[in-house]
Structures are given as structure tokens and as C-alpha cells.
Design a protein around this ligand. Structure first.
Ligand code: GCU
Length: 355
């Protein structure tokens, strides 16, 4: 294995001192620990959103991406904005690189109230909030402009609130571009090339169905374990947006990237409702305004980062394949039809009909 980026789950050693140490908004670099260990340490550290009369309230934010990722930059912006707006009374400490567990595990920790905030792809959310599956429906968004018109409009806001009954409140979306296949030993040019190939997917039934509809075999693996899985040949490929392929260093193993853009699955920042209810109206306002600001900031950053990243990948020896997307769209047409009559199907229809 050439690199360990994202390959191991780690926990920041200083986690038990969240309220005492400086460094809210600072990304902590980690040492290996299990998720049960995370729970135990967090429990010892005291309740969420821990407050200290002198240092204010510190919220813990977990996510799976590397600190070099543009989505991480948005979370740093969020932390700075919260601290500035509240003059230090409210702060955010970021745990990157799956330090507190996989996305699925951190969503569980959020529900339990053991952490305060999670930035996750909406894919694993569908295991908790079934309607979220709509984001994984292939080609449900026509293009980037349609995607943002939906997310910025009333539909997008309803979807942010969809998890309230599951103790999960969405604060904002981050652009995660479009997802495309990258493979190790042979390029994908049409869905037929996926036959017999093992493709890693997120923890999402919709993602599994998408790969199966295209003829591949889907294997759910947490993002933080994927470098090793690719390197050791557990899977033949995966799918993601360009910045994630680059910052995870999966490109060191996978040299073929096929821009079929089969889905546009946004990222979301969520707060546990227990933490939200504990915040004062003023703190909630600071947090929501900061989240909105970070979403605008991230969207702009994403625009130029994606192109820059594709150039960096090409420079690193990755063959970028501008695939004809029509055969990929044709392969999943029945899958779209299969959602009709379900809750996901109703959201899907609303998105398809959205101008
Ligand atoms: C994207 C997303 C991450 C997610 C990853 C994945 O990169 O931004 O939140 O973990 O996909 O494929 O698991």
C-alpha cells in the first residue's frame, strides 16, 4: 500500500479535553480507536455541546473526508463564522477523516446525542430517513443548475427537515458534484464493461440497485476503509466525484476515471435535535446563518476545484474517459420506473418535474 490516506479509522487523542483545550474549529489529527471507544471517551468527556462558563459552548462535528478536501474547507468556514458571530461563545471542533467512525456510525452517534454535528453524504442517510434515497436515484437531476434549483427551493428545505422524527435536523447542503466510476485494471466505457466487476458503494440500498442495474456487483464499504480495499483487490473499482478521488488518494490505485456522472448525491450538515433543542434561539441563529454562509462559500469553491482536480488527476497518470452517458442512462431507466408508487418515487417525481 503506497499511502494510508483515509485507510484507517482514527480518533483524536485530545478528544476528552474538548471543553478545556483551545482549538475549536481546528482539525485534530488522529490515532487509531474503535467506535465503541469513541462512545466511551465521549461519555467521559461529558454531555454534547459541552459548555464551560468561560470558554462557551463547543459543538463536535464529525465527517469522513480528508482535511485537503474542499468540503472540509467549507466546515472550517462554518467553524470560523460561528465563532465570529458569537464572539467565541459558540464554537465548532471538527473531527475529519472518519476519526469518529464511518458516516453510518456517526449518524448513529448523532441520534444518540453523543456528538452534535455530522457532515455526511445523503446516501447513508437513507438507512435512517427512507425518503433520502431520492438523492441516489440515477440521473434524477438534469444538470448542476437543476440540482441547485431543487436544493435551494422548498423541496430542498423539506428534505433537510425530513429526518426530524429520527432526531436528525439538516442545516445545509454542500455540493458533492456528480459521481462517476473509477477502476483499477480496466476502463469502463459502457455499462457492459461493469459486468463481473466488484464496485464499492456507499451504505445505501439505492446505490446497490444502481450498480446492479448497470450489470456490476455492488459491495458496500465505508469510505475510510476503501483505499485498502482497492489496494488489496477486495473491489475492482468505486465511484465518486473528482475531489474525493484525489484527496483520498484512490487514484494511486485506480488509473481509469469514466465521467458517466450517474448520480448527484449532495452532502448535508446535520445537527442532532437534542443538541439543537439545547441551544438558545440566539445560538441557533448564529449556527444556521453560519451554515448558510458555508454552503454559499463551498458551492463557489467546488466550481473551480472540480476542474482543477481533473487536471491534477490527469497529471498523476489517471486516464479521464469522457463517456457517452446515454447507454448508462438507458441501463438505469427501469430502476427509475421501479421507484414509482413509493415515497422515494414521489420525491423523484417532484424533482423530475421541477423546472
Ligand atoms: C463523497 C461524500 C462523502 C462520502 C463519500 C463516499 O465524497 O462527500 O461524504 O463519504 O462520497 O463515497 O463514501
Amino acid at each position: 500500500m503506497k499511502s494510508s490516506a483515509g485507510a484507517h479509522r482514527r480518533l483524536a487523542p485530545g478528544i476528552a479535553r474538548v471543553c478545556n483545550g483551545p482549538g475549536a474549529g481546528v482539525t485534530t489529527r488522529p490515532a487509531p480507536v474503535s467506535v465503541l471507544g469513541v462512545l466511551a471517551v465521549l461519555a467521559l468527556a461529558g454531555a454534547v455541546g459541552c459548555s464551560d462558563p468561560e470558554r462557551g459552548t463547543v459543538l463536535r462535528l464529525a465527517h469522513s473526508l480528508e482535511p485537503s478536501h474542499p468540503v472540509h474547507a467549507a466546515m472550517e468556514h462554518l467553524a470560523v463564522q460561528v465563532e465570529e458571530r458569537s464572539r467565541g461563545a459558540l464554537r465548532i471542533k471538527i473531527y475529519a477523516s472518519s476519526q469518529l467512525g464511518s458516516e453510518r456510525e456517526t449518524i448513529e452517534l448523532l441520534q444518540l446525542g453523543a456528538i452534535d454535528l455530522v457532515k455526511t453524504s445523503t446516501s447513508p442517510l437513507e438507512g435512517f430517513v427512507p425518503g433520502m434515497a431520492v438523492f441516489g436515484v440515477p440521473y434524477v437531476f438534469r444538470d448542476a443548475a437543476h440540482y441547485w434549483r431543487v436544493l435551494d427551493g422548498p423541496l430542498g428545505r423539506q428534505l433537510l427537515d425530513l429526518g426530524l422524527g429520527q432526531r436528525l435536523k439538516g442545516l445545509c447542503y454542500y455540493d458533492a458534484g456528480s459521481r462517476s466510476f473509477y477502476t483499477k485494471n480496466k476502463p469502463i466505457r459502457t455499462p457492459a464493461d461493469l459486468r463481473g466487476m466488484k464496485i464499492r458503494v456507499q451504505n445505501s440500498r439505492t446505490a446497490i440497485r444502481l450498480i446492479e442495474a448497470m450489470g456490476g456487483a455492488a459491495t458496500p464499504i465505508p469510505f475510510g476503509e476503501l483505499y485498502t480495499a482497492l489496494d488489496q483487490g477486495v473491489v475492482d473499482g468505486a465511484e465518486n466525484n473528482p475531489p474525493s478521488l484525489l484527496t483520498s488518494r484512490h487514484y494511486e490505485v485506480c488509473k481509469f476515471y469514466t465521467l458517466d456522472e450517474h448520480s448527484r448525491v449532495p452532502d448535508m450538515v446535520l445537527i442532532g435535535t437534542a443538541t439543537w433543542e439545547r441551544l438558545t434561539p440566539q445560538q441557533r441563529q448564529w449556527l444556521q446563518e453560519a451554515a448558510d454562509s458555508s454552503s454559499r462559500f463551498q458551492r463557489e469553491l467546488w466550481g473551480h476545484k472540480t476542474q482543477e482536480t481533473l487536471a491534477q488527476l490527469a497529471q498523476a497518470g489517471v486516464q479521464i474517459i469522457e463517456a457517452d452517458q446515454r447507454p448508462f442512462q438507458a441501463a438505469v431507466r427501469d430502476l427509475q420506473a421501479a421507484f414509482r408508487g413509493t415515497e422515494t418515487g414521489r420525491w423523484m417525481q417532484a424533482i423530475l418535474e421541477h423546472p
